[in-house]
Each structure stands twice: as C-alpha cells, then as structure tokens.
Design a protein around this ligand. Sequence first.
Ligand SMILES: [Zn+2]
Length: 323
Amino acid sequence: MDSSISFENTHREHTSGYFKEIEEIRFDCLFDFCPVEIIKAVTMYDIESFRYYIDLVFRNMSEVPIDEVNVMLMLYDGNNIPFAKLPVTYGIAPELGMKASYGRISYAPVQPSDEFGRGIRIPLPDSYFKRLEAVVCDVAFSNGKRFVYNAQAKYIPRSLSEFTAAEKNAYDTVNIYEKLEDRFPTRFSPVVNDYSWICCCGHKNPLSAEKCEDCTRERDWELTVMDSENLEKAHEEYMREHSPQFVSGYKKEFMKKREIVNAREQSEKEQLALKALKNVEKQEKRKESLIKQIIPRIALYFAVMALLLAFLYWLSLFTNDIW
Ligand SMILES: [Zn+2]
C-alpha cells in the first residue's frame, strides 16, 4: 500500500519544531551504478506533534552538478513486503529544495562531491519501521541530461569481524597504516562501484578521490591489499617466514580442540562398549532360561514315552490272552 504522504510536508519550517533524534540508520553499502550515495540517515520525532521524520543526507559522487534526484523510500515491518513507499524529490524547483540550513532551503544545483538533503525532513507514517530501503530512481544533471537508475544497495563491504584468523593475521602484517587504527579503525574491506568507494574506515569517497578524505588511506592500496585472495597470499607468505610462532599458536588451539573431541569420542566408545556388554548379558540370560526350559521338556518326553511303552506292553498281554 502506497503512503499518501505528500512531499509538500517535507518543506515545513524545520526550525519551528523541537526534534528529538531517534536513531541513525546505517547505509554501509553502495548503490548499484548510481551517481549519488547516502551519507547519513537519522530518524527523529517532533516533540510538539509527535510525528516521525527522517533526514537523509546524500552526496553527489559524479563530476557533474545535479538539479534533481528522485528517491523511493521503502519501509518494512516484519515482512518482506514494504508497508509504505515514500516517493521523495530533491530539486532546484521552487516547490522542492536541495537542502536546508539555518532555516533556509537551498535551490542551487548540487556541485560534484557536495552533499544534499540535509535538514529536509521527510514525514514518516505513524507506525515506525523495522527496516528501511532506498532506491535512487532517477537523477537530472545540470547539463540537461536525466538518467533513470532505479539503483538499489548492492555493494556491501565485509565487516572486519567476518575476517578469518588467517586474514586478520595477514592484514596485521601488511597494514602500513597501523598508526591510523586508533583514530580511524579498520571496519570493513573496501568496496567500489562506478562512482564511489567505501574506505575500510567506513567513509564514502567519490571514485576520483585517490586517498580517503577522512583517514587518508590510499584507495588502490586498500583495494589491492584487502582483497581476500591477496590476504590469503600474504598469510601464506607470513607462514613461510614465521611459521614456528603462528603454527605453535594454532597447534595449541588444534590440540585443545582434539582433546575435546578425544574425550567425547572416548565417552561415546565407553557408552557403546557398555551397551554391547549389556546385550551379551541379555543373550546369556536368554540362553540360560532356554536350557532351564528344555531339560524338563526332555524329561517329560521320556516319561511320556515310557508310559506309552508300558501301556502297549500291558495291551499286548491282553491280546495274547485272547488269541
Ligand atoms: Zn578512510
């Protein structure tokens, strides 16, 4: 169901209300082939009207000024189908606006690398969402060209916590920016699309930036060194040179795991042996009871046979007398 919220609402005097921030929505990803990227997204509510809003900050990653951007926001609760779709337009037309600052809305084209959207509060439905997706539908450039992108999030960087022990070790050995780790810690492996790249520190740079604008790490260095195949190679290299230390650490870990497995295997074996022993006992008991049952049966058989013979003998005495 499409939301009926009109865009005019987003042009309310943003300085008149008292807004309280709810949360920052992270967009740690790049769109699939798109000249703009989301830099920041914050949800808030107006403490006078209790209405929810979202403030999205975009950035022009292309090398051409932008006049207008059409975005579709999709809000999800627990399902995979959005419960609301909000079309949003940022533009230089008098009824739109590119961004807002200090009570003023700017209608000027967005220059390359500049941000837009900040301060333009988009009203949200009353039921708050669990997940938000954005699609950049189309972009009109100042040179008169308009392109349809329908770009969705595609390039998601791999978090450092997902690195294997070998990858982490390899990265530690090849990281020439160790001094930057305190201020700009490595959070991701970098990703790149046709217009932008996300640095390992999380900052979104235009593709033209050879060094991260935030942490100064080099784009090409990151893309080469932090590639998982290259990290694997670096790890192998390190192992050749430092295998004793690394291997001993791993060996301990391996042996510990092996001990646990051994103990488990041992207990399983004991359980099996116990079971087998019980089976043998059962079988023995069955045999014993069988013997106990067979002996009286044999005795009974002989007794019956003896009686039968005696009876026949007795009968034969009578028949002899008659004949
Ligand atoms: Zn960076």
